[in-house]
Write a protein that binds this ligand. Structure first.
Ligand SMILES: [Mn+2]
Length: 332
């Protein structure tokens, strides 16, 4: 098997055929998190092992948490690539146009592997799509490795483990499934991580090391996602921390930056979820005319542009569905 792949690559180099020269681009969402980075790395490796030339790319630099994991396991960050027109592309960890490269409509999407709601991507040809309601895209990719009976290099396994711990908040998020736990345990064994909890905590701490000092503008964009709901443009950012005070202390500065963002990009609503990992809840900061309606959707009242929602941990599973309902009744 290995020999066959090596031969194929040598042939590719000699012939330099179009198919070989134009590898599959594997890309995660904008403002990439650990899952977007490690899903791209792990899927590109899997496809390469299966004889499909593939390269992982990212639409942004790794955040401090992801960089910690890359360094810990000795992996390189994927190359930055914002333009994909004319290329063959696999989308991982997203399937919304708003989160894909800007010129994605001029690209040839050939595959989607994700764990988010279907977001309206359409294609001219039938493609491979695998979307599952699990806690992390890396869990789905782990299952693909199992099915293909292809072994995962320890470093990549460590990256995939980090993605699962990040997305599931070390299995605390309501998005966590038994499949995520099974994948994480196996990946930890491959990556020689003896204590999953301990590793996860050191990763989160590394991720929040600069919450006190980082420029507010950069912090908000660290995990900001764009959504279109009923023709309304919405931004929902999320920052989470074990040391929650580091976030709360900067609330006024966050709100000021959110007002700027709303004006600059004509958002109907800008939302920032400040999630307290230890006490399991979210301080929701809301800017927009319908901010009070959003608070009411949770039977709460907005005060000073913010509201504390106990138990709120997941943008995907808790926040976005609630917003969809509010915006269903909202005109643009
Ligand atoms: Mn993810």
């Amino acid at each position: 098997m290995r020999l066959k792949i090596a031969l194929v690559s040598v042939l590719c180099m000699l012939l330099n055929t179009v198919a070989c020269a134009d590898p599959l681009i594997v890309v995660g969402h904008k403002n990439p998190d650990s899952d977007s980075i490690f899903s791209a790395i792990s899927l590109a490796h899997l496809r390469s092992q299966q004889g499909i030339a593939a390269v992982p790319v990212a639409q942004g630099k790794p955040n401090p948490e992801t960089q910690f994991a890359l360094d810990f396991f000795g992996l390189e960050a994927p190359t930055l690539l914002m333009k994909v027109a004319g290329r063959k592309v696999a989308l991982v960890d997203h399937n919304h146009y708003a989160q894909a490269p800007d010129d994605i409509r001029q690209a040839d999407i050939v595959e989607i592997i994700d764990h988010h709601n279907l977001g309206g991507v359409s294609t001219a040809e039938p493609i491979e799509v695998l979307i599952k309601p699990v806690g992390c895209t890396s869990t789905i990719i782990w299952q693909l490795y199992q099915r293909a009976n292809i072994s995962i290099p320890p470093a990549i396994a460590g990256g995939m483990l980090s993605a699962i711990l990040s997305d599931t908040l070390i299995f605390r998020s309501p998005t966590t499934t038994d499949q995520d736990r099974a994948a994480a345990e196996n990946l930890a064994t491959i990556a020689h991580v003896n204590d999953i909890q301990k590793y996860g905590q050191s990763m989160f701490l590394a991720g929040e090391a600069d919450l006190k000092t980082a420029v507010i503008h950069l912090l908000i964009h660290r995990d900001l996602k764009n959504f279109e709901m009923n023709d309304n443009k919405i931004a929902v950012a999320q920052l989470m921390a074990v040391s929650f005070d580091l976030l709360k202390d900067r609330k006024e500065a966050f709100l000021e930056e959110m007002r700027k963002l709303q004006k600059e990009y004509a958002y109907k609503t800008v939302i920032l979820m400040l999630t307290d990992i230890k006490n399991e809840g979210t301080e929701l900061l809301l800017i927009g005319k319908n901010a009070q309606h959003i608070a009411q959707a949770f039977n709460l009242v907005l005060k000073n542009d913010s509201v504390w929602i106990p138990g709120m941990m997941s943008r995907k599973k808790q926040m976005i569905p609630a917003l969809e309902k509010v915006f269903d009744k909202e005109t643009s």
